[in-house]
Design a protein around this ligand. Structure first.
Ligand SMILES: Cc1cc2nc3c(=O)[nH]c(=O)nc-3n(C[C@H](O)[C@H](O)[C@H](O)COP(=O)(O)OP(=O)(O)OC[C@H]3O[C@@H](n4cnc5c(N)ncnc54)[C@H](O)[C@@H]3O)c2cc1C
Length: 473
């Protein structure tokens, strides 16, 4: 199974129209005959192999405006690419135009004002590098090659979520090129409905050329609790985690991850490749309290390893990087906001992990609440924040011949945990967008109609539709 039309040649756009675009373009245009075409069209998920007619690698907002106008006038499908890490591969398309912002990676920190401005192609690693130079951080995700654009527009959850909220909660303003080729500002003062829509409503409303965020004092060191339990203790470890998660202070953001033990020296050899449960918790507050706040999590049961340590925030941000190589591995991710973690849900999770067809796959129980949970459902497009946990279902594998089994495992996990869901999913873990209507209505709830109104205002012809698509009326 590959998310493309196998073997098809990309449609060529007319030479004279491309030459006209080129004359007004500061970045580069890449076409199927170009030497770097196969490199530039690649996205993170090795399952995705799409062949666009043209890739517009933009150098600035003027290029984005030219590219948007070109796509509209030529009637081409449009994919918008930030970091290229969308799991369903929505940053690239067959036979259309890719508006690629990855060359736009400038970051400017205002340390005095506690704000940061970052262009649309910036990665989490770029942003962390610049902000930590001033002892600041913007809440982002947990793998540094991920683009801030797609992540923020879908919400953005990471190690600071319970202390400072979602990435999108920290979005102050954005520069947006709309479908009619205008650049407008979305902020509390101008086009406030658009700012609201960008806070979780995805890439539906235009191309964001730059994001302005609030940044917070973090680090340079934080405390990471990293505790491993054997699969034989998995159910008990998850029951303890369920109770503990409700008592942790907001400085702590954590996961319980059902996985298979990697072959590393720190884990006893008899557990290698066997099911495990890992507690990972970051305490980003006062170092003097960190050990105490995480003591009970580390003391529970009989862990087979405890690798907890005080580490630079930048290092913690890179903790998972090596586990998610680009291009060479294949991925299918789904999610549920869980209304709780009752024993039946735990039994289902343990069973799924034991029967996973790939040792790389994980079931991630993200602790929510804290600053993440405080905004009301209508405050941002993201929607209801009441769930205490988010379940990330990550099917990760290596060989194309395992596609069917691994995608089916992800779908089986989604079905098995559905009875425990609030009905909302996290749209940045979207599978292959196979049930968009159910996914969007369940996730946005009462915000759905307001998002449609926003879509009607900023993209009434649905130029930007390769995303969790809000249909205009
Ligand atoms: C390894 C890995 C780890 C992850 N970890 C986390 C995590 O910790 N927390 C979390 O919340 N999510 C996480 N995610 C999910 C991530 O948030 C999404 O995959 C997100 O879409 C990635 O953004 P991107 O810019 O890299 O994606 P792209 O594929 O470039 O873009 C995805 C979509 O976003 C929109 N888009 C992108 N750029 C723009 C722009 N400039 N203007 C308008 N629309 C745009 C488009 O609709 C596009 O289709 C992770 C994903 C991966 C692959």
């Amino acid at each position: 199974m590959t998310a493309h039309s196998a073997g098809t040649a990309a449609t060529d756009v007319r030479d004279d129209s491309v030459r006209e675009l080129e004359s007004a373009f500061r970045g580069t245009l890449v076409r199927p005959a170009d030497e770097d075409y196969d490199t530039v069209r690649q996205v993170w998920n090795g399952m995705v192999d799409k062949r666009p007619a043209l890739i517009a690698r933009c150098a600035g907002a003027a290029d984005v405006i030219s590219a948007v106008n070109f796509a509209r006038e030529q009637g081409l499908p449009v994919a918008v690419r930030g970091g290229g890490h969308n799991v369903a591969g929505s940053g690239v398309c067959d036979d259309g135009l890719v508006i690629d912002l990855s060359p736009m990676n400038g970051v400017r920190v205002d340390p005095g004002g506690g704000t940061v401005r970052a262009e649309g192609g910036v990665t989490i690693g770029d942003l962390d590098h610049e902000t930590q130079a001033f002892g600041l951080a913007v809440p982002m995700g947990v793998v540094t090659a991920t683009g801030i654009a797609g992540l923020t527009l879908g919400g953005g959850i990471g190690w600071l979520r319970r202390r400072h909220g979602l990435s999108s909660d920290n979005l102050i303003s954005a520069d947006v090129v709309t479908a009619d080729g205008r650049l407008i500002i979305a902020s509390a003062e101008e086009n406030a409905d658009l700012l609201w829509g960008l806070q979780g409503g995805g890439g539906n409303f235009g191309v964001v050329t730059s994001f302005e965020y609030r940044a917070h004092p973090v680090g340079p060191d934080v405390f990471l609790a990293f505790v491993v339990h054997a699969g034989t203790d998995a159910a008990e470890a998850l029951r303890f985690y369920r109770e503990w998660a409700g008592t942790a202070p907001d400085e702590v953001s954590s996961f319980a991850i059902l996985w298979h033990a990697p072959e590393i020296d720190e884990i006893p050899a008899e557990h290698h490749h066997a099911p495990i449960v890992v507690y990972l918790a970051v305490h980003s507050g006062d170092g003097a309290h960190a050990q105490q706040d995480l003591a009970s999590l580390r003391e529970f049961g009989s862990p087979i390893a405890d690798l907890s340590d005080t580490l630079p925030y930048l290092e913690v941000q890179q903790f998972f990087d090596a586990d998610y190589p680009a291009h060479e591995m294949r991925y299918y991710w789904k999610s549920h906001h869980l209304a709780g973690l009752p024993d039946d849900a735990i039994t289902a999770l343990v069973d799924l992990n034991e029967n996973s067809p790939s040792l790389h796959s994980t079931l991630d129980v993200w602790q929510l609440g804290g600053a993440f949970g405080r905004p009301g459902p209508g405050d941002t497009a993201f929607g209801d924040r009441s769930a205490p946990f988010l379940l990330g279902i990550e099917s990760n594998w290596e060989r194309p011949e395992d596609d069917d089994a691994c995608v089916e495992w992800g779908r089986a996990a989604f079905r098995a945990l559905e009875p425990f869901s609030t009905g909302a999913q996290y749209l940045n873990f979207p599978g292959l967008y196979e049930d968009p209507d159910e996914m969007l209505r369940g996730s946005f709830g009462a915000n759905f109609d307001r998002l449609v109104a926003c879509k009607n205002r900023y993209d009434p012809t649905n130029l930007f539709r390769l995303n969790p698509n809000i249909p205009p009326t």
